[in-house]
Design a protein around this ligand. Structure first.
Ligand code: G6P
Length: 482
């Protein structure tokens, strides 16, 4: 069993439960179904653990403070939501996490114009305050149980928690995991020096610093070399810092094929599949499933498809592009503008190349999980072309559910590429022409080659079981403790 005699304490900004209200105005919980929840629930339940997260909405705030029980299989675990003053939380979440760290690590800034860092000091104060509150909560909850705790701190939102917690409990066993990419030293140098040093030294408070893919771990190690007092062993992936050894490791997160297949066997998915079949008819089906998110490179995906159709007019009216986009962070102007640009570009391409009764792109902008699962089953080609992406689970979920030996076109800059790239058609996500070429290769690929690749993708995904992700982190923490 994982971490026998130890308790697992998880900290993340978005928790495994959130609250809304029903028609009668009652506050009701809903369980998150994201990759992190799937990856952590088993280990948390097995260790009788606790998950600390931020109250992100007004309804969440009504539930903050008291322990909430979450079921996970036969056992369960507890969740505690932390409520923050809204202005502080805004500085932490939008001011730093979404607008600085997310943009930095995914390289989303239009650098001739941005960033300008107006208001950075105030936003940073909010970021520090929220990180400090998380560290305090972890300390308190860790103390409430005589067993020693493993602290698993998640993502860029909480980059300062490891060092803040280490200050409170010098011998704590702490892992920090980044679910997103990590910028290299030249990217990180965009941040003012005190900010970038605070970030790196914050993460170095952990015993184990984890990433989704080797490239992000290497970038982090190279960034650490810019710290005057750090000694970095690139080969062994160790940073000597403040008298400790910090291990930098790669733990690629996976999915649970069983859970996914079960979800896909539901009536709403079957109904969505009938709908898609009706729309597609005899056409080949190109699919993308993404949050409407700048890093997902949706515009270049559409441009590549347009180029493909122009260069291969025999495919006009014989293929359809189903783009399922889940609106995200629409309160940020950058995201609203980007989402509008995606719609406008799809419309322009439809107007230009579409004909009577044939629409080249069908764009759907809503949160529709059953439809996404149905699209996974039915694609001939799945386009996953993010500019940079920590992992990208669409690239894993799609091949598990697909029933047509569909071809995966995959960005070389997605973390998933290091596990799946050999069996996909790899693309440089910035190269529109090359992406158009990959779409052409995919639709022309002969059936035996498609079958071979589809099978190899499923084998590669199955080779990395979901429990492995947390299990490997716990093992490394145990090794450090010994
Ligand atoms: C994606 C990333 C996660 C990140 C999350 C934040 O899922 O893979 O690493 O934590 O976005 O999204 P949110 O909607 O919570 O800001």
């Amino acid at each position: 069993m994982i971490a026998e005699g130890r308790r697992i304490l998880v900290a993340s900004n978005r928790g495994p439960v959130s609250f809304g209200h029903d028609e009668a105005g009652r506050v009701v919980p809903s369980r998150g179904a994201g990759g992190l929840v799937t990856a952590l629930s088993g280990a948390l339940a097995a260790s009788g653990g606790l998950w600390i997260a931020a109250a992100m909405s007004e309804d969440d705030r009504t539930q903050a403070g008291r322990p909430l029980d979450v079921e996970a299989g036969p056992a369960g675990y507890r969740v505690r939501l932390l409520a923050f003053d809204p202005a502080t939380y805004e500085r932490f979440y939008d001011g730093i996490s979404n607008r600085v760290l997310w943009f930095l690590h995914h390289r989303l800034w239009d650098v001739p114009r941005e960033p300008t860092f107006e208001g950075l000091a105030g936003a940073w104060a909010g970021y520090l305050a929220v990180n400090e509150t998380f560290a305090r909560a972890l300390e308190e909850d860790g103390r409430s149980d005589a067993r020693q705790a493993f602290y698993l701190v998640q993502d860029y939102h909480l980059a300062l928690v490891p060092s803040l917690l280490r200050r409170r409990i010098p011998d704590a066993a702490i892992a920090h995991f980044s679910h997103i990419p990590f910028a290299g030293p030249s990217g990180l140098r965009i941040l003012p020096q005190p900010t970038r040093e605070a970030l790196l030294s914050g993460m170095l408070g952990a015993d184990v610093v984890g990433f989704q893919a080797p490239a992000w771990a290497e970038n982090f190690l190279l960034c650490c070399r810019t710290l005057r007092d750090a000694r970095v062993d690139l080969r062994r992936r160790i940073v000597r810092w403040e008298g400790r050894e910090v291990r930098v490791r790669v733990y690629p997160i996976s999915i649970d094929p069983g859970v996914l297949r079960e979800a896909a066997a539901s009536e709403p998915v079957a109904s969505a599949a009938r709908d898609i079949r009706r729309w597609a008819g005899e056409q080949r089906l190109l699919v993308r499933v993404d949050r409407a998110e700048l890093s997902k490179n949706i515009l270049r995906g559409f441009l590549a498809y347009e180029k493909f159709l122009e260069g291969n007019p025999e495919w006009l009216e014989r293929i359809g592009f189903l783009a399922l986009l889940n609106p995200s962070r629409q309160h940020l102007p950058e995201y609203r503008t980007y989402t509008n640009e995606c719609s406008e570009l799809a419309e322009r391409i439809n107007g230009r190349l579409g004909g009577e009764g044939w629409q080249p792109i069908h764009l759907s902008l809503k949160d529709d999980h059953p439809r996404a699962l149905a699209a996974y089953q039915l694609y001939d080609v799945l386009l996953v072309n993010p500019v940079f992406d920590g992992m990208n689970l669409v690239a894993k979920e799609g091949p598990v559910l697909n029933e047509r030996d569909g071809v995966l076109v995959l960005s070389e800059n997605a973390g998933a590429f290091s596990e799946l790239g050999r069996h996909a058609l790899g693309v440089n996500p910035f190269d529109v022409e090359a992406t158009a070429g990959a779409i052409a290769t995919a639709v022309r690929m002969d059936p035996s080659e498609r079958r071979r690749r589809a099978r190899a993708l499923r084998v590669a995904i199955a080779r990395n079981p979901i429990d492995e992700w947390v299990g490997a982190q716990i093992e490394d923490l145990e090794r450090v403790r010994r």
